[in-house]
Write a new protein. Structure first.
Length: 117
């Protein structure tokens, strides 16, 4: 599955953004779909993922209660709704896919999110 993230931009503290990740090449229904982020000078950080077929989702403690993950299988797209953003959320956000819990993540291109105070 080839992935392309979009929807990033600049917002003020407390604002919202919705990121999209469009898949091409094959349906990602059987895949786990994840979101990661990397802030300047920091390692890539796991944000959350939607399990295959959208049966469940998981979010890291850093974003739980503010972010949600959803997927639209008809559009082969997964979303990351981000609310109550703060400057610590500033990063390049990447979507990724994997064929199973033991498989490595396959990355797509990222999208920049900048939150100003």
């Amino acid at each position: 599955v080839q992935l392309q993230a979009s929807g990033g931009g600049m917002v003020q503290t407390g604002g919202s953004l919705r990121l999209s990740c469009a898949g091409s090449g094959r349906s990602f229904i059987p895949y786990d779909m994840g979101w990661f982020r990397q802030a300047p000078g920091k390692e890539r950080e796991f944000v959350g993922y939607s399990a295959s077929r959208g049966l469940s989702s998981y979010l890291s403690e850093a974003v739980k209660g503010r972010f949600t993950i959803s997927r639209d299988s008809a559009k082969n797209t997964v979303y990351l709704q981000m609310n109550s953003l703060n400057p610590e959320d500033t990063a390049v956000y990447y979507c990724a896919s994997r064929s199973g819990a033991q498989a490595p993540w396959s990355w797509g291109q990222g999208t920049q999110v900048t939150v100003s105070s």
